[in-house]
Ligand binder design. Structure first.
Ligand code: ASP
Ligand code: MG
Length: 471
């Protein structure tokens, strides 16, 4: 069997769901199980309703909900067959009645509890899956809407519940196995679950990929397909480098590095349950299903390409701390990092010398507080408007001389921090923000333009919006 997960843009309206139906139809012989996100933007909109209710704006909340309902009923009307349309409308109406009563509960409480937030937000996936199921049936596909909540057992940490695999795995297998065995196509929800009391939970924003991976791992899927609105993982951001090409095959470790350094296609950590069972994951574009997308595998066969992709992040800030107290002292770095931890600020890159430490930050919300505490440790200076560039490739760890090649290709660019671990599959460095374009263009030319470095099997490039895409 395979898991086909469709993100918000791939179910955003009747046209998108129509494309989904033809994509699923082609895979019927592989026993697909369909996992869907909420229709594009619905989760945000439902949460906005809940927020309005919390502020006591009952009427505004109900009006916004009515607009969301209209969007769903429009799609439903276009997609359901005439025999099922009344049944579908009734199911959708039941969900909206439930959300209306939650909104009134929130108004009564005068605040939005995480529990009520989840009860409201979960309806995005419950609604979209009802419509997708009806659309499949209207096209003669033997689909079966299945509520994932009784199977997807989680903790009760509402809005960021943790999946309890020991309970969820056997339940997913027992729930979906028989449907698949009877040639049914289960249609279920990403993002949501329930705690041991049966209360609805969500597993964190953007959690549907994770749901897809968990279900795929539980059922030992042959493959997990993540259908989104981009062609796959690209050699770099095509908005900056039009020649950027799709990467056909990438290892999990490479994809994880790219995500960490700014690629927005998907968060590979959400694929861990699948990767641990060696289930390949592919990222596909539901608007261009003829493309094969990017396959993410546990260990990619070594390719001739030295560099798989180049990611970059703008708006980076460097914080330097210089202190002679560091000399021969222990515990200094731990005190320094405690400052960032106390301010809940993640550090991306670190470089140290005998008397100085430089770190890069993405999030500078709490920079003032951080600086004033760091001043107790040493002299502090800050450089804003920097950019982080990261080259990723499993081959980097085996190839001598690559650093020379990287830095000579960007000779005119001033590089301020460099990081490359001994077994690392990435080389990362910082440049001034206004030099990032020049640097990325030069690097892409150096590593990808010679043809032989581009991956075998790359499809046509087209107009792609990838490293910065959304799901
Ligand atoms: N609908 C949820 C969200 O917008 C989950 C997802 O799309 O993955 O966060
Ligand atoms: Mg999404």
């Amino acid at each position: 069997m395979i898991v086909m997960k469709f993100g918000g843009t791939s179910v955003e309206d009747a046209a998108a769901i129509g494309r989904l139906v033809s994509i699923v139809r082609r895979e019927l012989s592989r026993q697909p199980l369909i996992v869907v996100s909420a229709m594009g933007k619905t989760t945000n909109r439902l949460l906005a309703c809940a927020q309005l209710a919390a502020e006591g704006k009952r009427e505004d909340a109900h009006n916004e909900l009515a607009a969301i309902a209209q969007h769903h009923f429009n799609a439903a009307e276009e997609l359901a067959s005439s025999d099922h349309s009344a049944e579908l409308s009734a199911s959708l109406e039941l969900r909206f009645a439930e959300v209306r009563s939650y909104l009134d509960d929130i108004v009564a409480e005068g605040r939005l509890t995480p529990r009520l937030s989840d009860s409201v937000a979960a309806n995005g996936e419950l609604l979209s899956s009802l419509i997708v199921d009806a659309a499949l049936r209207a096209n003669g596909i033997n689909s079966l809407w299945t509520d994932v909540r009784p199977m997807m057992r989680t903790s009760n940490a509402f809005t960021r519940a943790r999946v309890e695999f020991e309970t969820a795995t056997p339940r997913l297998l027992a729930g979906f196995g028989p449907i698949l065995a009877n040639a049914g196509v289960p249609v279920t929800q990403g993002f949501i679950g329930a705690d041991s009391d049966g209360a609805t939970t969500t597993i964190g924003r953007g959690g549907s990929d994770y749901s897809g991976a968990i279900i795929g791992a539980a059922l030992d899927a042959d493959e997990i397909e993540i259908w989104t609105d981009v062609d796959g993982i690209m050699t770099t951001d095509p908005q900056l480098v039009p020649e950027a090409a799709k990467v056909s095959l990438i290892s999990f470790a490479e994809a994880a590095e790219l995500a960490y350094f700014g690629a927005k296609v998907l968060h590979p950590s959400t694929l861990l349950p699948a990767i641990a069972k060696e289930i390949p994951v592919s990222v596909r574009n539901s608007r261009r299903p003829e493309l094969s997308g990017t396959r993410i595998v546990r260990t990619a066969p070594l390719s001739r390409a030295l560099v798989k992709a180049i990611a970059f992040k703008r708006g980076i800030t460097i914080v330097n701390v210089t202190s002679d107290r560091m000399l021969m002292a222990y515990g200094f770095l731990s005190r320094l990092f405690e400052v960032f931890a106390r301010h809940q600020t993640a550090v991306d890159m670190v470089s140290t010398s005998e008397v100085s430490v430089s770190v890069t930050l993405d999030d500078t919300h709490r920079l003032e507080g951080i600086i004033s505490e760091l001043r107790e440790l040493g002299e502090v200076s800050v450089e804003s408007d920097q950019a982080l560039i990261c080259l990723v490739g499993e081959q980097l760890k085996f190839t001598p001389g690559v650093a020379a090649r990287i830095f000579s290709s960007i000779e005119g660019v001033n590089v301020s921090m460099i990081s490359h671990g001994a077994s690392a599959i990435n080389v990362s460095f910082v440049v001034a923000g206004d030099q990032v374009e020049e640097a990325v263009l030069a690097l892409h030319r150096e590593f990808f333009h010679e043809g032989h470095e581009v991956h075998e099997g790359n499809e046509a490039l087209g107009v792609l919006r990838v490293l910065r895409g959304s799901s």
